[in-house]
Design a protein around this ligand. Structure first.
Ligand SMILES: Nc1nc2c(c(=O)[nH]1)N(C=O)[C@@H](CNc1ccc(C(=O)N[C@@H](CCC(=O)O)C(=O)O)cc1)CN2
Ligand SMILES: Nc1nc2c(ncn2[C@@H]2O[C@H](COP(=O)(O)OP(=O)(O)OP(=O)(O)O)[C@@H](O)[C@H]2O)c(=O)[nH]1
Ligand SMILES: [Mg+2]
Length: 456
């Protein structure tokens, strides 16, 4: 039986997607696995050896399938694990699961297998999250990144940083504790040098994690503007599909439309909105309010104007109220549409404060320039080297570690306060430890694993 730090009951769940499939797998983990296997199969299975035979129900045979047994701790969860690979029909799977429950298992919560693997030190938290990211990956690039994180690429880099921080803390704390040794560590450039090295490495990890999070989550781009500017036409041009209704009637689009595309593997969520105007129409009013909600939360806002209506390239000159309502105008790109009629040269003009893109949603000229521009503003680079998947939670932790180190560096150069430096180093270490789950609150674990699918 598994020697688990956390003695647990036995859990069971369908590991394959619900519905019909060639094969369906029920996974069971916990101390009663062996007994369940004995009752179901008629004898105890040998670990890690596929066993073909009948799965017995209480009275009648349930299925003829393959059983796989892993004796803890050499299993995915670190506990005893039994897999029942049967014919993939919902009735058979239900009967098998019900039988496991009769024999002492309970139904697993979402993510509970991975949670046990984490609690039994089979995976750290970043690796466990990478499993979910791998399953949810929406592009090859995202899947490759998740696999690298699962294999420990991200964790190793974080742990490397933690190791260096520990060494530096020991040095600084020794100097505080034994002032009589007269290690004037503040004058001693080594502390500053080591701190700077850690900061550089942290900056590298942050950049890589930022790319990883971008590949996982993508960016929200909202197309906004007056009625008839060509917003829905641009959505269709970007997705290369006839998704949105396009007419020359103002107020055609009322609902928010969302489409998902990829730019070199980066997910792009393109959002078409109702044309912004004051209107007595109750339905259109709601559409305009929804458009604003999207504009306020987008990563990037494309303010689309019909180039025939204005020569201006400064959004403040075109529509000051719009710019003022944006919380952060640096998210804005001005798109001058319909260059096929205005005869402007399509492409990006970044000589202005707000970047200006000229294109024609109708002919498609300039649309590729827009795609390049979107990748560039998100800092997306197409190299895959050294990349790994990361989540917002990880970026937050890296940001906090970075802020603590910045503080520490200021203490060192400004006041020479060793105690305060030591505290900042500890804070940085703590923040990094949250990534791998070395320090983690129960509610955080609940939140992370609760978002996994059942059977994972
Ligand atoms: N049938 C099946 N396929 C699967 C899984 C599974 O649980 N069952 N996995 C589930 O996600 C993934 C594979 N992950 C696994 C990870 C560790 C171990 C395991 O037995 N580890 C032991 C032995 C390691 C070894 O022999 O090198 C250990 O860590 O001690 C098994 C599956 C994908 N494919
Ligand atoms: N010549 C030309 N016409 C365009 C271009 N883009 C859109 N149009 C036309 O402009 C009109 C309005 O286009 P839509 O895409 O429906 O505009 P919209 O901004 O979504 O309009 P609302 O949904 O009403 O807010 C249609 O007749 C389009 O064919 C373009 O690049 N060139
Ligand atoms: Mg529209």
């Amino acid at each position: 039986m598994a020697e688990s730090l956390y003695p647990q009951d036995t859990i069971a769940a369908l590991a394959t997607p619900p519905g019909r499939g060639g094969v369906g797998i029920i996974r069971v983990s916990g101390p009663t696995c062996r007994a369940i296997a004995g009752s179901l199969l008629g004898h105890y299975p040998e670990p890690r050896r596929a066993l073909y035979g009948p799965f017995r129900g209480e009275k009648a045979m349930i299925d003829e399938g393959i059983a796989l047994y892993f004796a803890g701790p050499h299993s995915f969860t670190g506990e005893d694990v039994l897999e029942l690979q049967g014919h993939g029909g919902p009735v058979i799977m239900d009967l098998l699961l019900e039988r496991c429950v009769q024999l002492g298992a309970r139904l697993a919560r979402p993510g509970e297998f991975s949670e046990r693997a984490f609690l039994n030190d089979k995976l750290d938290l970043a690796q466990a999250e990478a499993i979910a990211d791998l399953i949810e990956a929406s592009s090859r690039g995202a899947a490759e990144n998740a696999l690298r994180s699962l294999q420990g690429e991200f964790s190793r880099r974080v742990e490397g940083l933690v190791q260096r921080l520990i060494e530096l803390r020991m040095y600084v704390e020794a100097a505080i504790d034994f002032p009589e040794e007269e290690i004037d560590f503040l004058a001693d450039g080594r502390v500053g040098d080591r701190l700077a090295t850690i900061q550089t490495e942290l900056a590298d990890v942050r950049a890589a994690a930022g790319q990883g999070a971008l590949m996982r989550e993508g960016m929200n781009v909202v197309i906004a503007g007056r009625p008839n500017a060509g917003k829905s036409s641009l959505l269709n041009a970007l997705t290369e599909q006839d998704t949105a209704i396009v007419t020359d009637i103002e107020g055609t689009t009322r609902d928010v439309l969302r489409e998902h595309i990829h730019l070199d593997g980066m997910p792009l969520h393109v959002i078409d909105t109702a044309g912004l105007r004051d209107t007595p129409d109750a339905v259109e009013k709601i559409g305009v309010a929804r458009a604003w909600t999207e504009i306020e939360t987008a990563d990037r806002v494309l303010l689309l104007v019909d180039a025939a209506t204005t020569d201006a390239v400064d959004p403040m000159a075109i529509w000051p109220e719009f710019v003022e309502r944006l919380a952060d105008p640096s998210r804005l790109t001005l798109v001058r549409n319909k260059v096929d009629t205005s005869h402007e040269i399509p492409g990006l003009d970044s000589s202005t404060t707000t970047p200006v893109l000229r294109l024609s949603a109708k002919t498609g000229e300039g649309v590729d320039n827009l795609k390049e521009h979107l990748k560039a503003v998100m800092g997306f680079s197409a190299t895959t080297e050294g990349r790994f998947s990361a989540r917002r939670r990880h970026l937050d932790a890296l940001d906090r570690a970075d802020a603590a180190l910045d503080n520490g560096a200021a203490q060192l150069s400004g006041y020479g306060a060793g105690e305060l430096l030591a505290e900042d180093l500890r804070d940085a270490q703590q923040a990094l430890g949250e990534i791998t789950g070395e320090f983690s609150a129960d509610d955080l674990l609940g939140e992370i694993f609760g978002s996994f699918c059942i059977g994972k």
